[in-house]
Design a protein around this ligand. Structure first.
Ligand SMILES: N[C@@H](CCC(=O)N[C@@H](CS)C(=O)NCC(=O)O)C(=O)O
Length: 198
């Protein structure tokens, strides 16, 4: 049984979505987190090393950080083939774009949000505009990140684009808007929203 350490309307919400796609057995353990306004607090029950969400426990085995949780869960619950397994030709792209999400795209968004220019040739990431060009190139062969097959990549990227769609952080792109809609109109997303607890 998976326990998801969760706070409504955060990065853990999309793991309810993923668990619903996987049809995995899970329970939600609501936790408090530190808020941007100085409120909130780390919850002692949350096993994430910085009290962030998401984190999961699989009968005592703790996994934290979104791409690691995504990979762990799709390997652990392969029934609905939401992530390619070892030996599948899509495994390499799957791992690459999972790592890219945390190592390139999120830092790119943070740099833009903080109005910090990405240091050319030294930072491990690139500006949002450059990252989105690569992602749009990938998705133009879609409809999903791995082509015809929906995967946990779409849970991470699709929900992120749906969230930032109207903000200045994300360059306007009809392709990205259609993609975000495709992901967030899935029945599992609606079930997740109903369980988010917001
Ligand atoms: N790198 C982490 C980031 C997790 C994260 O920052 N989550 C936010 C909620 S969206 C949080 O827990 N914030 C509370 C805090 O920073 O203490 C991941 O992708 O899993």
């Amino acid at each position: 049984m998976i326990t998801l350490y969760h706070h409504p309307k955060t990065r853990s919400t999309r793991f309810i979505f993923l668990l619903e796609e996987l049809e995995a057995p899970y329970t939600i353990h609501p936790v408090t987190v530190r808020q941007r306004d100085g409120g909130g607090a780390i919850d002692a029950a949350n096993p994430h090393p910085h009290g962030k969400v998401p984190a999961i426990s699989d009968d005592g085995v703790v996994v934290f950080e979104s791409p690691a949780i995504a990979l762990y869960l799709t390997d652990r619950f392969p029934k609905n083939a939401i992530g390619p397994l070892v030996g599948d030709a899509n495994r390499g792209p799957y791992l690459s774009w999972l790592a890219y999400y945390a190592g390139v795209l999120e830092p790119a968004f943070t740099s833009k949000f903080m109005n910090v220019e990405v240091p050319r040739g030294t930072a491990g990431w690139v500006a949002v505009e450059e990252a989105m060009t690569a992602i749009i190139g990938r998705l133009s062969q879609g409809p999903y990140f791995l082509g015809a097959k929906f995967s946990a990549l779409d849970v991470l990227y699709g929900t992120t684009f749906a969230m930032f769609g109207q903000s200045a952080l994300l360059p306007k792109s009809p392709l990205i808007e259609d993609y975000a809609k495709r992901v967030t109109t899935r029945p599992a997303f609606a079930r997740a929203m109903a369980k988010d607890g917001a």
